[in-house]
Design a protein around this ligand. Structure first.
Ligand SMILES: *Cc1c(COP(=O)(O)O)cnc(C)c1O
Length: 360
């Protein structure tokens, strides 16, 4: 029996009445909630435009298509499948570059991996921890590359006060486990009017005004139900993130002294929003990572491994050459994420820390 789940969406009365209002209004898609949600999300991030779609995966695919890139795209193998499958969908080639101590892509290794056929960089702000997007945006500018940020885990994360998703084209997910949800949903942020326009066409069957088809497009629209939920979740996001950061701080304080457990590091000037709270279980811990996970699960703690296999091991990526990816492979064998979402109480955090201490 798991009594502390690894993730738990918070849906309150306001979300429920907003959905009821949409249902009774009769306007179920492409209505006032969508327009308002996009405007509010753009203003929250500080980007010029925000375009809502039906998932984070769609956000990534649309961004790559709208950027019209063809060639090699540098990304990390230590991430969720969509960061790299979106590259295959758009007929580009993924070039995997290894990660750093903070689990994000290593900027120095990116610089070494850029060639004449590189067209874009697709870093991920993994676990809600911003990667060095400012450096990457400079690098992209110097080499004339498109920068696409996979911010699907990093709503509200910042570097020196600037929100992620504004350094390049930002892709967000509102899947139920994320820092805010719309059930299913996604958002693209950009300050490029041309990219925004292309994404609007791609998401809505290429349609400008009614039956005026200006491009080839999919149907990737977000419903009014989702947009209505998203507007309320966005209002709650800062508070959700504040509790995540506080819970993470508490666990780190308790786990820091435990031999063989490495707590997450947050770089200077960065606001990490802890989509996941991930520790590294090193050789000096008496249990293997998988044994620790099992022991904690047996004690009712829903801990998970994100991600048990780096993407370059998957058959769909086997034909692509890549650089040395030792750190990603090592992380896959050592990481363990512990529950710190806003529904986890202080007593539960205390219990998690005590269990780990007892097993050490
Ligand atoms: C969740 C996630 C996605 C995909 O989002 P969906 O809404 O599930 O399609 C992409 N990249 C990362 C890093 C994610 O965590």
């Amino acid at each position: 029996m798991i009594s502390i789940p690894i993730a738990q969406p918070f849906i309150g009365d306001e979300e429920i009445s907003a959905v009821r209002e949409v249902l009774t209004s009769g306007r179920l898609t492409m209505g006032p909630n969508l327009d308002a949600f996009e405007e509010e999300f753009a203003s929250f991030t500080g980007s010029e435009y925000a375009i809502a779609v039906n998932s984070g995966t769609s956000a990534l695919i649309c961004s790559l298509m709208a950027a019209s890139v063809k060639g090699d795209i540098i990304t990390t193998p230590f991430t969720f499948i969509s960061s790299a499958s979106s590259i295959l969908f758009t007929h580009c080639r993924p070039v995997f570059v290894d990660i750093d101590d903070d689990y994000n892509i290593n900027e120095e290794k990116i610089a070494e991996s850029i060639t004449d056929t590189t067209v874009a960089l697709l870093p991920v702000h993994l676990y809600g921890n911003p990667c060095d997007a400012r450096l990457l945006s400079d690098l992209a500018e110097d080499h004339d590359l498109v920068l696409i940020e996979d911010a699907c885990q990093a709503h509200g994360a910042e570097i020196d006060g600037q929100k992620v998703g504004t350094f390049g084209i930002g892709c967000f997910s509102f899947y139920p486990t994320k820092n805010m949800t719309t059930a299913e949903g996604g958002m693209i942020t950009t300050s490029d009017a041309d990219i925004a326009e292309k994404i609007r066409l791609l998401r809505n069957v290429g349609q400008g005004s009614a039956y005026e088809y200006r491009a080839l497009g999919y149907n990737l629209r977000m419903t009014e139900l989702s947009a209505a939920i998203g507007r309320i979740q966005l209002k709650r996001l800062d508070e959700f993130n504040r509790i995540r950061i506080q819970n993470a701080g508490y666990l780190s304080e308790r786990l820091q002294p435990v031999e063989g457990i490495e707590v997450p590091r947050v770089g200077k000037g960065k606001k990490h929003v802890f989509h996941q709270y991930t520790v590294r279980v090193t050789d000096s811990f008496p249990l293997e990572r998988d044994e620790l996970q099992k022991a904690l699960m047996d004690r009712g703690i829903g801990c998970r491994v994100y991600y048990p296999e780096p993407l370059h091991h998957l058959p769909m990526f086997s034909s692509f050459t890549h650089t040395d990816l030792t750190q990603s492979e090592k992380a896959s064998a050592q990481v363990l994420s512990l529950p710190i979402h806003p529904g986890v109480s202080r007593d539960q955090l205390e219990y998690i820390a005590t269990c780990i201490g007892d097993l050490s």
